[in-house]
Design a protein around this ligand. Structure first.
Ligand SMILES: [Zn+2]
Ligand SMILES: [Zn+2]
Length: 191
């Protein structure tokens, strides 16, 4: 069966060199739906707690919220960084607290300290789905991602690999020691 949850990301971006309005800097509220699939965990009678899907996703995706997302070759990038530098906010300010981990992989470099995400490809809804799957595939049994941003929407289906060992008392992923990191329940029936 599947569990799914939705979360919102507010961001600014543009499609550099795109022949249309989207080449100008603008903003969106993006709506992401994450669907995970697995067996029903008999202990709690659920696939996966939706608030926990949200928590795991938010840990990394908060880097995209209230952020500026630019492609690595966009000339706005050095210009923006220069302004942040001059203003003294390039390396963060005490009020910028909603920050995830700094991320660097083949698709993105996230600078949570100044709420900037630099992407390899243009950040369309399709591009966003590729990035989100890459960031979350090892943490959740993702079966489908849907991303809606203004009039643009995209979705992709995935085949999850195997099952996740979940706590029979609270439903979250159990650590390698067989103990639930949240409630301390001991799990005997996962291998
Ligand atoms: Zn847009
Ligand atoms: Zn638990």
């Amino acid at each position: 069966m599947r569990s799914f949850t939705t979360l919102h990301l507010q961001y600014a971006h543009r499609f550099y060199n795109f022949k249309g309005e989207a080449q100008y800097l603008h903003g969106h509220t993006g709506i992401l739906t994450i669907e995970v699939s697995d067996t029903i965990n008999a202990g709690v009678n659920m696939v996966y707690p939706c608030n926990e899907i949200k928590k795991i996703a938010w840990e990394v995706l908060q880097n995209f919220d209230h952020a500026l997302i630019l492609r690595e070759d966009d000339p706005l990038l050095p210009a923006i960084l220069k302004v942040y530098e001059t203003q003294g906010i390039r390396n963060g300010v005490p009020t910028n607290t909603m920050t995830g981990p700094a991320i660097k992989n083949e698709l993105i470099t996230a600078h949570p300290e100044c709420r900037l995400v630099i992407t390899k490809e243009t950040m369309t809804v399709e591009g966003m789905i590729k990035i989100i799957h890459f960031l979350l595939k090892d943490k959740l049994n993702i079966t489908k991602l849907t991303f809606i941003s203004g009039d643009n929407s995209a979705s992709e289906k995935y085949i999850p690999s195997g099952t996740i060992c979940r706590c029979p008392c609270c439903g979250i992923t159990v650590g390698p020691d067989g103990v639930c990191p949240k409630c301390g329940c001991k799990v005997n029936n996962c291998n």
